[in-house]
Design a protein around this ligand. Structure first.
Ligand code: ADP
Ligand code: ZN
Length: 303
């Protein structure tokens, strides 16, 4: 039989994917990074948003499974009656919305469900900047700060799921009098370093602050402190920093310098001692990590 090609199940079937965010739902259909049709639906009410997503998926032919990476908090406990729901979100109208069950039932296909940032970490391990690694951390620095982690090849869940944006980091009020704007914790990492915190502290949008503004050295310090904590606790083989604020690529060398000084040669790994520029990196999949992660969750659901 000439030219027999063995293909993985992922490459012969079409899957649905949703990156569910507070401002938009990005929907995709395809099999992988080189085969993905997408559409963007604004996040309005749960009913309207989900109806519009379903209308898109129904134009796409047979779908094998769906994966959803969602804003949170979400319920990831398979034994819970509210598994697959968004839970206590401050987003009006979305408290205790069943996402996974609703899409799975409406389309009659299996569903994979996780946080948006865990999904992004999974995609980066499968296709992106952490390809081939068993341990990585993905941090997004945008409207909020969130983190996903792959440890020993598995996404980290736990009691609920990690909320890496809300860790406490040293805050020198003499150097930075801004009290922080997390509604729950004030000056947690998100309260000090997410995009809205930068805007509140400096009186201008992060995107409008020039590269030589002191905002960036402070931002790099906070992010390096956070990364140091994740390096010490989870021992990732690579750390990926994405999200709107990280569009400022001059942050990377600043973070590398701060982090190198903080770790202070304690961790004797070449990746840290001489390869920092390849250790803390932007997403290999650019802005598509979340959606492709949802696609990877769909693959997992079928398995
Ligand atoms: P979201 O977190 O809502 O999914 P983003 O990751 O784009 O979306 O994050 C939005 C935040 O990132 C805003 O606070 C915005 O000010 C900031 N941001 C977006 N683009 C840039 C940029 N090019 N430079 C600096 N900050 C940016
Ligand atoms: Zn917080």
């Amino acid at each position: 039989m000439p030219g027999t090609v063995w293909q993985t199940v992922e490459s012969v079937k079409k899957f649905a994917a949703i990156e569910a965010g507070g401002t938009k739902f990005v929907c995709g259909v395809g099999s992988g990074p080189d085969d993905l049709v997408t559409t963007v639906i604004p996040t309005t009410s749960p009913d309207e948003t989900m109806t519009r997503c379903l209308a898109f998926f129904r134009t796409q032919g047979a779908l094998a499974a769906i994966g959803i990476g969602s804003f949170g908090p979400v319920d990831l406990n398979p034994a819970s009656p509210t598994w697959g729901h968004i839970t206590t979100t401050p987003k009006a109208g979305w408290q205790y919305t069943d996402l996974a069950g609703a899409f799975s039932q409406a389309l009659g296909i299996p569903v994979g469900f996780d946080t948006d940032v865990n999904a992004a970490a999974l995609a980066e391990v499968r296709w992106g900047a952490a390809r081939g690694l068993e341990n990585c951390v993905y941090l997004t620095v945008g409207t909020g700060i969130g983190g996903g982690a792959v440890v020993n090849g598995q996404l980290v869940h736990g009691l609920i799921h990690p909320e890496m944006g809300h860790i406490r980091i040293p805050h020198d009020f003499a150097a930075d009098p801004f009290t922080g704007n997390c509604p729950f914790h004030g000056d947690c990492l998100e309260g000090l370093a997410a995009g809205p915190a930068m805007q509140a502290r400096w009186g201008a949008k992060a995107a409008e602050l020039p590269p030589d503004h002191p905002a960036w050295k402070l931002e790099a310090r906070y992010l390096a402190l956070a990364v140091a904590n994740f390096v010490f606790t989870l021992s990732p083989q690579r750390v990926i920093l994405g999200g709107g604020v990280m569009q400022q690529t001059h942050l990377f060398p600043l973070i590398h310098t701060e982090l190198t000084a903080m770790l202070n040669q304690y961790l004797q790994a070449p990746q840290i001692l001489s390869g920092m520029h390849e250790y803390v990196v932007p997403p290999g999949l650019g802005g598509r990590s979340g959606l492709l992660g949802a696609l990877a969750l769909a693959h997992e659901a079928l398995r």
